[in-house]
Ligand binder design. Structure first.
Ligand code: PLP
Length: 490
């Protein structure tokens, strides 16, 4: 299980057979290839794809090991009979705005009082070994050695000029057209979202959110006495634009807060066409979009997806309705808590609120990150991080398919590192958590991701460490514990 490298030292994800297997796996789990459907013969697929026979054979073998296809003697390869399909279509939350009340289970959960944890699928915090901490530590010492006064300086509320320039420069790659002075540095993505919500809402207002959504965002709504309107969300394509259109006709919704790129917990990715429609619709109705792009860099294949902000015209051209929030906490340095916001039309108000909220963000930390970006190692680091994360997720998906009951539904994300599993309705995942924690296995119960507590039979599994036999055994054990909560077959 520790074997995440091929014998030649190449990463598995770089090999042709792995890429072919992944592509077919995606087609199977999304239902493009149906259970029982015959796959092309090895010879035919090899000719179609211009790859060797052995590449196709390897890919088919990998899919067989994952239980996705089966070989039938004298006949060929077929998509296996249904086992752990993708989640069905849109989620169906209640259509009324709700006050947010944090369930009591959240606090011990966040305060890590659930110890001792042997295997942690609970918090979305990646293994510290995945980060270039030694390089950062060296840069931090250099920065403070050369400029000790940074430690005696508040810095400007908007943040360090160099860091803001790097953020604007990097955004050019996805079509982000903003200047360095439109970026404001924050304490992580959470402070960025916090400032945006305060800029555009009043207590009692309604905010449209994905359903399910990250519990940290729900807590923020709760603390500002905002109501949440859960919008049906598709496990592959994200928030339904049609549902949002209907929900925002009466003028009650004052902001839309969402993660178009690899949402937490569904991992869905909104197609560009939908992002475009989202931006146009919200601009037309005068509803600001608060976009959380924390996981945008965590794509498993292809290119970095564009944030919705890419479709928002500049303020001078009548745009600036999207407030883009992100941070370096997941991608580079969780402990530094450096985030940012590009707030468009609300820029001045956000600057005012930052001044009131925390005044500024530690300069030495901002400059350390700016140096890291300057030195050019960031893209290399991101490539390694993405590969490691994609492998962790792939291994977890395989294990869940092997050990969870066949009527569970799993969403295979295209990016990020959280998995969302829907279990049969009899399974209450809070009770399951109580049992699994007795054995030191942590995960997040689904109830925490919705103000209507709609997802009691769901669970979020975070894939934050290199996969080992310990993780495999924990998933197997979770599968057994789930099985004990299901009625015996007749
Ligand atoms: C969706 C989402 N937004 C924001 C955050 C917090 O971001 P930061 O650590 O940069 O404040 C998290 C943390 O898990 C998250 O999952």
């Amino acid at each position: 299980m520790n074997d995440v490298r091929c014998p030649a030292g190449h990463r598995k994800v770089d090999t042709l057979y792995y890429q072919l297997a992944e592509e077919l796996a995606q087609a199977i789990t999304s239902g493009v290839l149906k259970p029982g459907e015959k796959l092309p013969s090895i010879r035919k697929l090899s000719a179609q794809r211009h790859v060797s026979l052995s590449t196709v054979m390897e890919a088919y073998r990998a899919l067989e090991d994952r239980g996705l296809i089966e070989a039938r003697p004298q006949s060929g390869f077929y998509v296996a009979r249904a086992r752990l399909l993708n989640l069905p279509g849109l989620t169906q939350p209640p259509c009324e705005p709700l006050e947010v009340v944090t369930p009591p289970v959240l606090w011990p959960y966040q305060a890590s009082e659930l110890k001792p944890i042997r295997v942690d699928f609970g918090l979305a915090i990646l293994d510290p070994d995945l980060y270039p901490t030694q390089q950062l530590q060296r840069l931090l010492s250099q920065v403070t050695r050369h400029q000790p006064k940074l430690l005696a300086d508040y810095g400007k509320p908007v943040g360090d000029g160099e860091l803001r320039r790097h953020i604007a420069r990097r955004a050019l790659a996805w079509g982000g057209q903003f200047e360095a002075d439109e970026v404001l540095i924050t304490h992580g993505c959470l402070e960025a979202i916090n400032l945006c919500l305060r800029a555009v809402t009043q207590p009692g207002d309604v905010v449209a959110i994905e359903s399910p959504t990250y519990f940290g965002l729900l807590q923020m709504l709760e603390s500002f006495q905002l109501k949440a309107l859960e919008i049906p969300t598709h496990p592959q394509t994200g928030m339904s634009i049609e549902a949002l259109d209907l929900a925002t006709r009466d003028g009650k919704v004052k902001a839309c807060l969402l993660l178009p790129n690899f949402s937490n917990p569904l991992g869905c990715l909104m197609p560009d066409e939908n992002k475009q429609r989202l931006v146009a619709l919200m601009a037309e109705r005068g509803i600001p979009i608060i976009e959380d792009d924390l996981y945008g860099e965590f794509f498993h294949r292809g290119e970095r997806p564009r944030p919705a902000k890419a479709f928002d015209p500049a303020v001078e051209d009548g745009g600036g309705n999207v407030m883009l929030c992100s941070s370096f906490t997941k991608a580079l340095a969780p402990g530094m808590r450096i985030g940012w916001v590009v707030a468009g039309r609300w820029q001045r108000e956000i600057e005012r609120l930052k001044f009131i909220n925390t005044y500024s963000t530690p300069l030495a930390l901002q400059q350390t990150i700016a140096r890291f970006l300057e030195n050019g190692g960031y893209d290399h680091h991101l490539r390694r991080l993405r590969r490691a994360v994609a492998e962790q997720v792939g291994a977890a998906v395989d294990a869940i398919r092997r050990y969870f009951p066949s009527d569970a539904r799993l969403n295979v994300p295209q990016g990020g590192y959280v998995l969302w599993v829907e279990l049969p309705p009899q399974v209450d995942t809070r009770e399951l958590l109580r049992d699994s924690m007795a054995e030191g296995i942590n995960f997040t119960p689904g109830e925490l991701f919705s103000p209507s507590r709609s997802y009691r039979n769901c669970m979020r599994i975070c894939c934050v460490e290199t996969w080992t036999t310990r993780h495999e055994a924990a998933i197997r054990r979770l599968g057994e514990l789930i099985q004990t909560r299901l009625p015996l077959p007749d």
